[in-house]
Design a protein around this ligand. Structure first.
Ligand SMILES: Nc1nc2c(ncn2[C@@H]2O[C@H](COP(=O)(O)OP(=O)(O)O)[C@@H](O)[C@H]2O)c(=O)[nH]1
Ligand SMILES: Nc1ncnc2c1ncn2[C@@H]1O[C@H](COP(=O)(O)OP(=O)(O)O)[C@@H](O)[C@H]1O
Length: 304
């Protein structure tokens, strides 16, 4: 290699190394191992630092809870051009950015809790069918897998449909505080929402959907008031009865018991933030996902 070529190779290696270092900083902010304010301070302290070469836009985008639309709006308000790097900020821009990062950028709780949506409704209204449709068609939505003491039905897979536990293991999880909520449903089996996977998903900025009963929905609202509660309704009472009987998974006696619970549950619909009628599975699923999007937008943009 002649000298100019050696220079070119060295320069391109240095560029790759700098790109990797910048990506590592953004990743650390995204994982909340490093705060965006610390990155700004490091950049301002030394124009030679990797942090100084970060674009403001990329730094903002690495903050969980900030999407491109909101970032563009924030930058416009801070009067910082999209291509600006941290090292190139004027004094007033630095002050405005610092003030935003310290006081107005989303915090862990704000970005996490707002994306928790609970789907509840009476037995056989189609909660399972609608949430399965969402799981299969909207991979961006994280579906919580509940734990239960009831026996698996044919075709149900442990860890996918539910975590099927015995009473002792369920007791242990209650004692260890591992449930966000739990309840005895239909006066029979216990069902609960394991908390750690939800905290993890929310911390990663994902939307989480819980398909649980009404007692559980109330407990979630109590524990996390920011959660959005959606009530799934049948097109009519007769259709609900038809669906329960048509599913054929319960004895006549069990069906009676569930229908009497359903009457009480239908009366609770006014406690919910939104109501969705499940006439058509795809349309109902779309409506629920749309509500999650709208809710996310309100939570994120409404705070600006
Ligand atoms: N509180 C609570 N309820 C749950 C949970 N998981 C499922 N359920 C509810 O338990 C009820 C019984 O569910 P399942 O045994 O699948 O029977 P289904 O009612 O016939 O669908 C349904 O109303 C579910 O919404 C959970 O983690 N917590
Ligand atoms: N929109 C719908 N139209 C017709 N049948 C439906 C619809 N949604 C669900 N079902 C049927 O109703 C029955 C009960 O649905 P399921 O999802 O098990 O209810 P849930 O989980 O609320 O108890 C199932 O047989 C399902 O195939």
């Amino acid at each position: 290699m002649n000298p100019p070529e050696v220079d070119r190779v060295a320069a391109s290696r240095a560029a790759v190394a700098a790109r990797r270092a910048r990506a590592a900083v953004k990743h650390a902010v995204n994982e909340r191992r490093l705060s965006a304010v610390t990155v700004l301070h490091t950049a301002l302290a030394s124009s030679e630092s990797i942090e100084a070469t970060l674009r403001v836009r990329d730094l903002l985008l690495s903050i969980p809870g900030l999407g491109p639309v909101r970032v563009d709006r924030v930058m416009q308000r801070l009067e910082i051009s999209p291509s600006k790097r941290l090292a190139g900020l004027g004094v007033h821009q630095q002050e405005r950015l610092q003030e935003y990062l310290e006081h107005r950028a989303p915090t862990i709780d704000e970005s996490a809790l707002s994306r928790l949506v609970v789907l509840a409704g009476p037995t056989a209204v189609g909660k399972g069918t609608v949430s399965t449709f969402i799981r299969e068609n909207h991979p961006e939505v994280c579906l919580s897998v509940s734990a239960t003491t009831r026996a698996p039905r044919p075709g149900e897979v442990d860890g996918v449909s539910y975590y099927f536990l015995d009473d002792a293991e369920f007791d242990r999880m209650i004692a260890d505080g591992e449930f966000l909520e739990w309840a005895v449903v239909h006066n029979k089996s216990r069902y609960g929402t394991p908390r750690p996977p939800i905290d993890r998903a929310l911390a990663e900025g994902k939307s989480v959907l819980l398909e649980i009963d009404i007692q559980g929905a109330r407990q979630v609202k109590e524990a996390m008031p920011e959660a959005t509660l959606v009530f799934l309704l049948p097109p009519s009472w007769d259709e609900l009865v038809r669906r329960l009987i048509g599913r054929g998974t319960e004895s006549a006696e069990e069906q009676e018991r569930r229908l009497s619970t359903a009457r009480v549950e239908l009366a609770a619909q006014s406690e919910f933030d939104h109501r969705v009628v499940n006439s058509d599975v795809e349309a109902a699923a779309r409506e629920v996902v749309e509500l999650m999007r709208i809710q996310k937008a309100i939570d994120l943009h409404g705070k600006e």
